[in-house]
Design a binder for this molecule. Structure first.
Ligand code: ATP
Ligand code: MG
Length: 377
């Protein structure tokens, strides 16, 4: 059954991904109810209604259940029990199972391994004894990653020796972790795709991603990667979506290591590396999320122009002052997206811009020039 404009959609999480979903949904004539404990969340400020409460607040969940025709999330750390409870009232897309698997690195990596998808070699760390067995099973160097609640490279520690590993595990409070072999990377790519209620899948073009300090910095589309490899990545991402019986928008991050694809991680939501779709594809990942969640046919994902997306972190704000936007806005082929965050902090994602140009090289050059000019205090 299609959920048509005029209905109210629920969004669990009020960050920038929720905000861009809210914009797309409201643009299409839906009302959006956002649940987020923050009084001034990026999505809450644009929602039809912001329920300012914890994700476990029963009264808040009751309000959502009463008003929403469907519920989705922008944030993988919603407890699965909450999603299950809401499922009793209206469709929750993606469903609890897909979120449960992808919100926990141990579940996620085990799922990938069981289904035969290639990953970097890893070991599960649940106890002190797992540390040395884990390290022995892998080739140094390795990275210890906390199993839950990590993002933007947080909750990750480089490890080369057993002494390192002890200290690293203690610094992560002895929480459950995955110890992962550090792979030599040719390049990183990602596939954002949607899967509909009817099982139709629509991938967006593959993005080539570069990270700085574990945080996505730039996405380049089309990726400067062999077409056959891109096709293989798309096929793998679709197979993963099917194995999860996924409904909604999701992303798969890949390492390309010595010419081979390895799945890094799955995000059960739109993804930072898909922000280029806001300006460069027929349908954006957020409109696609609305379509998938509402049981509508999916939109065309065709690329309209080569594009480079650049993330803007709080580091660009000096003494609380924003960068000089005129230096960016003076270019007629550059699109600015700000998330309405009131406080700039180092490493905090404040916005991004998309550069559209006749080819990727030209877009990259302009993106770098603009970044330089924004960095000047
Ligand atoms: P996000 O959720 O923002 O993608 P995250 O905190 O979940 O980030 P990962 O995707 O696990 O982190 O890692 C962030 C980046 O660190 C990767 O994109 C990659 O550049 C580097 N990295 C992580 N694991 C490995 C590895 N095993 N080998 C080589 N590089 C790695
Ligand atoms: Mg990642």
């Amino acid at each position: 059954m299609m959920i048509l404009p005029g209905n109210t959609l629920g969004m669990l999480g009020g960050g920038q991904l929720g905000r861009m979903f809210t914009i797309a949904a409201r643009n299409m004539g839906y009302e959006v109810m956002v649940l987020d404990p923050d009084t001034s969340s990026p999505a809450g400020e644009l929602a039809s209604q912001h329920i300012c409460a914890e994700y476990t607040d029963q009264a808040a969940l009751d309000t959502l259940s009463q008003h929403c025709a469907a519920i989705t999330t922008e944030f993988e750390n919603i407890p699965a029990s909450i999603l299950e409870q809401l499922t009793g009232h209206c469709p929750v897309r993606p469903g609890a199972r897909a979120v449960t698997i992808t919100q926990d690195r141990i579940h996620e990596k085990t799922f990938l391994q069981d289904k035969g998808f290639p990953t970097a070699p890893f070991a599960v760390i649940r106890s002190e004894a797992d540390l040395s067995t884990g390290l022995q099973a892998l080739t140094s160097p390795t990275i210890l990653k906390v199993s839950r609640f990590g993002y933007d490279g947080k909750g990750q520690v480089a490890v080369t020796s057993e002494a390192d590993l002890q200290a690293a595990w203690q610094s992560l409070d002895g929480n459950e972790c995955v110890l992962e072999q550090r792979m030599p990377l040719d390049v990183e790519i990602s596939v954002v795709l949607a899967r509909s209620t009817t099982g139709e899948t629509r991938p967006f073009p593959v993005a080539e991603n570069s990270h700085v300090n574990g945080i996505l910095d730039v996405s380049i589309v089309p990726a400067r990667v062999d077409t056959a490899l891109c096709d293989k990545a798309i096929k793998m991402a679709i197979d993963i979506a099917e194995a999860l019986d996924y409904v909604g928008v999701m992303a798969v991050e890949f390492f390309v290591s010595k010419g081979e694809l390895l799945v890094n991680e799955i995000a059960p939501r739109p993804h930072n590396s898909g922000h280029y779709t806001l300006d460069a594809t027929v349908t954006s990942q957020f409109e696609q999320q609305v379509r998938a969640v509402c049981g509508l046919p999916l939109g065309d994902t065709r690329l309209l122009s080569p594009v480079v997306m650049v993330n803007m972190l709080g580091d660009l704000w000096h003494g609380g002052q924003p960068p000089q936007w005129d230096k960016l806005l003076s270019h007629d082929n550059v699109k600015l997206h700000l998330y309405g965050k009131h406080q700039a902090r180092v490493g905090r994602k404040m916005g991004h811009f998309n550069v559209l140009a006749s080819d990727v090289a030209a877009a990259l050059q302009l993106a770098e020039d603009i970044r330089q000019s924004l960095q000047a205090p």
